[in-house]
Design a protein around this ligand. Sequence first.
Ligand code: FAD
Length: 381
Amino acid sequence: MDYSFSKSQQELREKTIAFVKSEISRDVAREVDRSGKFPHDLMNKLGQQGFWKINIPAQYGGDDGSVVDLMIFFEEISKALPVLSWTAGDVLLYGNNILKVNGNEEQRQKYLPGLAKGELIFCFALTEPDAGSDAANIQTSAELVGDHYVINGSKMFISGASVANISVTNTRTSPDRYNGITSFLVDTSSEGYSATPIKKLGYKGSDTCEVYYKDVKVSSDSILGGPECFNKGWHQMMRLLNGERLVLSACSIGIADTVIRECISYLKNKKKQYAPGIRFQETEHKIAEMASQLEAARQLAYYAAWMMTQGMECVKETSMCKYFCADTGKKIALMGMEIMGAYGYTMDSCVQQFFRDIPILSIGGGTSQIQKNIIAKTLGL
Ligand SMILES: Cc1cc2nc3c(=O)[nH]c(=O)nc-3n(C[C@H](O)[C@H](O)[C@H](O)COP(=O)(O)OP(=O)(O)OC[C@H]3O[C@@H](n4cnc5c(N)ncnc54)[C@H](O)[C@@H]3O)c2cc1C
């Protein structure tokens, strides 16, 4: 078992670190958090530097990267500006990955070049006011009227919905819970589509929206995967879950890594203010625990990713790491706040920003409780 990074993965890591260093100063990260505006400028720069090609297949001009490549990128970006990794998901996960895994040839040809160049943003609309963890309960409908479908209903907490060009919209097309969901590629400039951003605690700038569909007309060609994928939306979604859980785990790891580094730097400075020999041993032990927990989370995540790249069954492992990395990250962020005292509590500190950001990682992409349900099921319970 060898899950060390390949040469090209190491280069991707270095390229991402260089991007972070040149483009995401603490001032830039603070301003995105303060303004709550979608980071178009940073997204454009990521596109210009070729990051949107990471997971596009080679035959469409991409770098053909695996889930590990995505994790490397998401981890490094999350170390500096967690919300930018979330908005990057609007291209890399909801655009590239969805088309790669579930799109048909025509849809890939139509959208992948624009996604690679940074000209397109996608969003993924599943959650509804009465369908969160119980996602199969969605009620937004798509009805066949003549030669097209008409979508009516509403979605909740959809990231990127007011800035996206295409909304991958999951609709109810027949009463069957799992065999009655169809996914449409909805052009957000269509008449009847509207999205309103929601204010929230963290990940400010991710454009989380309430979305309305009022008689939105779509063609059968816009069914994800083509007309033959009518009523196949649930099964299409299931194919994306392992990868999404791993990428979100990498985001938790990145956030926790920065909190620990901030604590180390804070403690080193504090020691300078006191007489030599005073060690703050209790704080040192806390940081040692945080670093050990993070290492365990990182090993679990990259081990599960290795399993996925080997084509092994890994639902249990990806659920374990999604919940474990998010919960470990939350604990580390809280411990970081305690260690840094009043400094951690000021709006200048990145630790308070990350402390507000990290809870979403145990909600989005399936809550920690839902991951534990899945793990329990795989254990035969
Ligand atoms: C910032 C943000 C961005 C988001 N982006 C998107 C997006 O882009 N697209 C999208 O479709 N959705 C998005 N979501 C929605 C997200 O996926 C849901 O919030 C999530 O699935 C949980 O649903 P819920 O909030 O309705 O909570 P609920 O499902 O109502 O859960 C509430 C609590 O009950 C627990 N619970 C529920 N059911 C069970 C069960 N069976 N067993 C044990 N515990 C249970 C949950 O774990 C949770 O603690 C986003 C949410 C946020 C906050």
